[in-house]
Design a protein around this ligand. Structure first.
Ligand code: AMP
Length: 396
């Protein structure tokens, strides 16, 4: 188990503390459409304010690709954050992030002040973990806290780079993600059921392989299931298929059997005449998909089968939708899985991304044990990988 320093292990009073947050919020026409990520960062920020630190925040927003593009400014985040904290949040609007203006503003900070730097991805060096940029960021502060789980699987200047230049610790949000998901992967209460969905097998090969060593049951739904159907010798019509992964799917099915892992695929599917909510659709058994049709959701019998498995579980992790849940005619399987998770007394972990969006959309978010703030990062944890942003933090 990781034994990384937490923000509570640092002596922060009177110190300048640089905090990497995940303020990569969804925006429309310059307005924030969902502020969950800002809210998620509050416990660490509030702790630092209450303990007399000078709090310097940084984050990326979108993909400005190394240029100071105004549509990716963090200015609206500073305003919203100020409303949450009920205090002014200073905003250093420097195109080069650590410019003369930012340096002067930071130098003038008092204990309890909060300042937000401009979008770290205004600098090309950010995503390349450029040493110069990391040094500039580190030069602003005495201590560093990483509280951005969403980028923890990336080695960037604002997470990995600065970690080696300042005494470092994890913030409360990252700590919780690691505690819940890390402990679950190490010592799950059984039966341990993993549910994987989404479009591509190729994105989840490492996850499937790692989970086969850990879970009692692996449920595979969504577009990725059809490559497994072909591995079993069934036709899939126009359904999503990764031909070059069929052999691998075969070997994963064999591996599951050899390890005594129950691998469940959909037994029926909602198929349609095209990739559209207006297309004609019907439900057929998994080995009866006709030519010209494509599978866009799991069917009612599959839902029942998966529900029974979930009801029996003590731990469930879920990543990836069961169908094209963005279209109402093909959303039932995904929402049924979300609902099934509200009815079990198991520890339920939603691995970010589309499954988290589906759970939030269905109104069941409060009923889950843990919804991860990082889709890619949680997948890499399920894959058994070490996340560079966390690995770089000082040990206790
Ligand atoms: P991923 O990013 O791999 O988790 O994939 C998520 C996407 O997979 C969502 O946008 C879904 O609409 C899509 N998806 C799920 N099931 C299917 C399916 N049967 N056919 C096509 N796309 C699907």
């Amino acid at each position: 188990m990781l034994n990384k320093k937490s923000v509570t292990d640092l002596a922060v009073a009177g110190k300048k503390v640089l905090v990497r947050c995940d303020f990569n919020v969804p925006m429309k026409d310059g307005a924030i459409t969902n502020d969950a990520r800002i809210e998620g960062a509050l416990p660490t920020i509030q702790y630092l304010i209450e303990n007399g630190a000078q709090v310097i925040l940084m984050s990326h927003l979108g993909r400005p690709k190394g240029e100071a593009k105004p549509e990716f400014t963090l200015a609206p985040v500073a305003v919203r954050l100020g409303e949450f904290l009920k205090k002014d949040v200073l905003f250093a609007d420097d195109a080069e992030v650590v410019g003369e203006n930012a340096k002067t503003m930071v130098a003038g900070m008092k204990d309890g002040d909060v300042l937000l730097l401009q979008n770290t991805r205004y600098r090309k060096e950010e995503t390349k973990n450029g040493e110069e940029f990391a040094k500039e960021l580190a030069s602003l502060a005495d201590l560093y806290v990483n509280d951005a789980f969403g980028t923890a699987h990336r080695a960037h200047a604002s997470n990995v780079g600065v970690s080696s230049l300042l005494p470092s610790a994890l913030g409360f949000l990252v700590k919780k993600e690691i505690d819940v998901m890390g402990k679950t992967m190490e010592a799950p209460e059984r039966p341990f059921v993993a549910i994987l969905g989404g479009a591509k097998v190729s994105d989840k090969i490492g996850v499937i392989e790692n989970l086969l060593d850990k879970v009692d049951t692996l449920i595979i739904g969504g577009g990725m299931a059809y490559t497994f159907f072909v591995a079993k010798g069934w036709s899939v019509g126009n359904s999503l298929l990764e031909v070059e992964k069929v052999e691998l799917a075969k070997s994963l099915l064999e591996k599951a059997e050899a390890k005594g892992v129950k691998l469940l695929l959909p037994v029926d599917n909602v198929i349609a005449t095209g990739f559209s909510n207006e297309a004609e659709f019907k439900t057929v058994a998994s080995n009866e998909i006709p030519d010209g049709w494509e599978g866009l959701d799991i069917g009612a019998a599959s839902i029942k089968l998966f529900e029974a498995e979930i009801a029996n579980a003590k731990t469930v992790v879920w990543n990836g939708p069961m169908g094209v849940f963005e279209m109402s005619n093909f959303a039932r399987g995904t929402f049924a899985v979300a609902e099934a998770l509200t009815k079990t007394d198991a520890l339920t972990i939603i691995g970010g991304g589309d499954s988290a969006a589906a759970v939030i959309q269905s109104g069941y978010a409060d009923k889950m044990s843990h919804i991860s703030t990082g889709g890619g990062a949680s997948l890499e944890l399920f894959e058994g990988k070490v996340l560079p942003g966390i690995d770089a933090i000082n040990e206790k």
